[in-house]
Design a protein around this ligand. Sequence first.
Ligand code: GDP
Ligand code: ZN
Length: 323
Amino acid sequence: MTRDASLFVQLGPVPPDDLHVDGVVVQGTGGVYDVRLASGATASASLRGRLKHEDRGALKLAVGDKVTLRWENSDPGAWIITTIHPRMSKLARRAPGGARGERVVVANLDQVLVVFAAARPEPHPRMLDRFLVIAEANGLHARIVVNKCDLVTPEQAHALFREHADAGYPVHYTSIATGEGLQELHDALAGRSSALSGPSGVGKSSLMNRLFPGLDLRTAAISDSVNKGRHTTVGAVLHPLPCGGFLADTPGLREVGLWGIDPVDVPHCFPEFAPMLGKCRFADCLHTVEPGCAIRDAVVSGTVSRGRYESYVKLREELSAQH
Ligand code: GDP
Ligand code: ZN
């Protein structure tokens, strides 16, 4: 990563006093944040002085935040974060009881890529549903990547997550071995800020190393299962991509978890339910046992897949028990 030195090359040895520049926080520890500027340089900046933002009480600086820096021409000079711009999205770990215990893992993500293997390890559609619900609850678009397609026939690969494609999710079929789907995956990442998720062993690090050699992902940190129980040591890092955009090296979606999702929001986390919502006989229908349920009718008619519906029932039960 280009650091302060190159910034000074571009700005001259001493930047003009009161210079303001915008950037994105890519890493932060101990009150000092690495901020990636549009020029491609990275500035080390600290949060001090008076901070201007809409919601001062609630907002803590997170990786992914868009900020404005001011150069303070003292001796030695320093970059000060003066403004945190409003967040467009956030991936947050929530504590039960609302926003107070919330910790933002990454701000301003455009999408989450959930990676599974077509085989070795066997894919689990119901585990995928869990990841997708977490993404939806955080208001993030999700893409599904089916990697290791060289290990199965194209028909088998397409059958695995057809119900998710039918539900409206983009599905990428990829293989490191044959190169299938890699260009399309690259194009889907270019210019966007993305997080990777999925079980370990499915090829997340292999894919990213192939698409972006030299990215230096902390591979263990992007494997949800490997990272279980280690979350206190790993903070998110955003890697700038050569094609524009960022890839978040996060502790993963599973770690963000389902906690804090209100059970009444679960139907909204299944995008294919949307046309039926509000059409059940009872306004407070839970879509489980009630007569005249539009969602269950859709399962019977085949508009909604039975597997996806089973995930809905299971996740809703799980969240109701926590609530
Ligand atoms: P991660 O834990 O998700 O980051 O998975 P890795 O990238 O470490 O990959 C796990 C194993 O799967 C490695 O042995 C890879 O060489 C292998 N692998 C990754 N992608 C593919 C692929 O497309 N096809 C096949 N056959 N093996 C792959
Ligand atoms: Zn219903």
